[in-house]
Structure formats: structure tokens, C-alpha cells
Design a protein around this ligand. Sequence first.
Ligand SMILES: C[S@@+](CC[C@H](N)C(=O)[O-])C[C@H]1O[C@@H](n2cnc3c(N)ncnc32)[C@H](O)[C@@H]1O
Length: 264
Amino acid sequence: MSTLAAFFYTVLFRTVRVLIAPRAGTNPTWWKQVAEADRLDPSPETIVNQFQASAAELAAGLHRDNYVGGVDVQARLGDSRDLPLEARTVGGVITSPPYCTRIDYGVATRPELAILGAGERDLKELRDQMVGTPTMTGKRGTAEQWGATATAFLDGVAAHASKASAGYYTNYFRQYYAGMWDSLAELHRVMKEGAPAVLVVQDNYYKDLHNDTAKILGEMAIALGFDRAERHDFPVIRNRASMNPRTRQYRNKASAVESILVLR
Ligand SMILES: C[S@@+](CC[C@H](N)C(=O)[O-])C[C@H]1O[C@@H](n2cnc3c(N)ncnc32)[C@H](O)[C@@H]1O
């Protein structure tokens, strides 16, 4: 796709996001299919005006940042658990892997997928391929390999008295960490000796149990052959858990920590 076509696709995504805003629910990552009676019916004029406004806004953003083209960039698509790259060829990685918070990245991008012509079948298939999908795919991995922190957390979840802890939630966390284990194994395979991989990760709580994702991924990385896992923490002031009054039942302070994990 040309850069110009890519630009106008982005404009189209933005246009649709603005026009459907009145149908957004309280959860910004969950798009429901609306009932026939609730369908929006913007006039062609409204659509064209928003398209022009979005194009102007995005173009202004590019110019404001003094964007310099002319750098040779290639975008390729792949699965983090099966990278289409040769071993020891990558000089650096910056990545923001899925959060372990049951965000459904397929549903979160439903508007863009609709624009690209994806149907419900494509959406389901995509959701099932996501690391951290809240849909159950049956992948459980080998938790014994993942380190002491993962083991303690998973044992705590499995033994928790609250509903579905031993079933759905234990399976969800195992599925997430199984996907991350395979992804870290791939990173280790493709990276050059000593090259840095920088990951942004957030911790969270399952009821009263700390799910220290940065610590668990750091231990996994060492088990997979990385030499070092350095961690830098930044407190997150507002996140969804801190807005949910029910989390107060288990903790009186619902804050999250965002960590930068540097693996070498
Ligand atoms: C925390 S978000 C990061 C979003 C990114 N920073 C951006 O601006 O688009 C995690 C992303 O990982 C993607 N993802 C989930 N499973 C993946 C997989 N197996 N391989 C590659 N990406 C995956 C999700 O679609 C989601 O966009």
C-alpha cells in the first residue's frame, strides 16, 4: 500500500471513530453490535465534512512533528510467537505486548475491522489468535518452566475462594503467560547477542493477589537464555481498576505500576 493510501485509511478510521462516538459504551475497549433501532444514520454531508476535518487534523499532526520521510521503513505482519525472521538478525526491539487484563484487542478494533470488510468470522478468528485474548483457546503452556513468581501467582489464583478462580481465571492467566513465553522465546531466537529488547508492561491485581507481570516476564526471559532483565517502574495515576468501586473490596488502594523491562 502506498503511504498516501495508508494515510487516507487512517483518516477513514478516525472519521468512523468520531461518528460512532455516541454509541460508545462505558468500556472504551468493548464495542457491541448495536440494535437495528439504535443505528446511526449520518448524512453524506456530515460524513464528508468529518472526513475532511480528520484529514486536516492528521496532516497537521504530521507537519507539526516535522515528520521527515525518506527513511526506508518496511512494515510486515506476523505473530509474535512465530516471527518470520532469521535467528540472530535483530539489533533492537521496542514493544508494548498485550496487557494481562482481559482486554480483547479484536473487539477493541471492531470499527477498523468493519471498515476493512472483516466479518464476524474473521473477527472471531483474529480474537482467538491474540496473546491475552479473554476467549478460551485451550492453550495452557508448561507453567513449571515459567519461574517462582508465576507459579506462586497461578497457585494463588487456583486456590482463591472467589467464583471461577480455579476454572476460567486460572485458564486465562495460563493462556496469557503461555503466549508471552512463546513470544519471549521468539525474541531470544531472533535477537543478536547482547541486543536490547525494551518492553512496556503493567502489573495488576486478581482480587487481593498481585499479578506482577514485569517480574514474571523477567524471570521467563532469564529462563529462556537472556542474560539480564532490568526493570524501571513508573506509577500510573489513573487506570480502569482504580475507577471500579468493586476493587475496593479487596484493596484500599487500586494503583498500577507501569514498567519498562529491558532484556539483553
Ligand atoms: C498493548 S497493545 C499495543 C498497541 C500498540 N502500541 C499500538 O499502538 O498499536 C498490544 C497489541 O498486541 C497485539 N497482539 C496480540 N497478540 C499478538 C500476537 N500474537 N502477535 C503480535 N501482536 C499481537 C494486539 O493486537 C495489540 O494491538
